[in-house]
Design a protein around this ligand. Structure first.
Ligand SMILES: [Zn+2]
Length: 197
């Protein structure tokens, strides 16, 4: 089943949707099969009217990823780009949310830190650096502890934590574990890591 071509997956997905009525959740068998052909673990799926394209008669709302409420979902896109890419996409989103949430800590650190690069002592083009561990390791550790993040999109400013307690929990985690330092841009890029924030 997992060896199915994308074309075959799309055909199968259509069949599943077509045999379901609007507003009636997929039964367990259809849900399981729909999960397999789309490559995404779904906890709920239901055929629904597409609010954007009235002519689309294969619109579904699903519970996927860490969603709490069923949302409209492009099963075609899921099949087209493949689940691995979706996981990376979500990870990139988490990354943005987590970096934004600790931006203030980085700024606070830079206010009190010595205004010179720790490597070459220049006082030009200084950046706050995650001396150890790298930001990506901290983020991964945190995610493996808490699992999925609840995030939501804010108009014009990207994604944010859905609630303040979750954001605070990550900020506290970061505050305790991150060792920050001051590097100039040149030393920071030579370090082979991405600029801190
Ligand atoms: Zn330097």
């Amino acid at each position: 089943m997992t060896k199915m071509t994308k074309k075959a997956r799309i055909e199968r997905a259509r069949e599943i949707i077509d045999r379901n009525d609007y507003g009636i959740p997929f039964n367990d068998d259809d849900l399981a099969e729909f999960s397999i052909v789309t490559g995404c673990e779904l906890r709920y799926a239901c055929r629904a009217i597409d609010p954007h394209y009235a002519t689309n008669d294969r619109h579904v709302v699903v519970l996927a990823y860490d969603w709490v409420e069923p949302q409209g979902w492009s099963w075609r896109k899921a099949i087209q780009i493949g689940q691995e890419d979706i996981a990376q996409h979500i990870r990139a989103r988490y990354n943005q949310v987590m970096r934004d949430a600790i931006r203030e800590q980085m700024i606070e650190f830079s206010k009190t830190a010595e205004k010179a690069c720790e490597k070459c002592a220049t006082t030009e083009l200084l950046t706050v650096d995650h001396a150890w561990p790298p930001f990506s390791s901290l983020a991964s550790e945190y995610l493996s502890e808490v699992g999925a993040l609840q995030i939501e999109e804010h108009e014009g400013s990207g994604f944010k934590f859905s609630n303040k307690e979750d954001e605070r929990r990550w900020q506290d985690y970061h505050m305790v574990r991150a060792k920050l330092g001051i590097l100039c841009r040149s030393c920071n890029s030579k370090k082979g890591a991405r600029p801190a924030v």
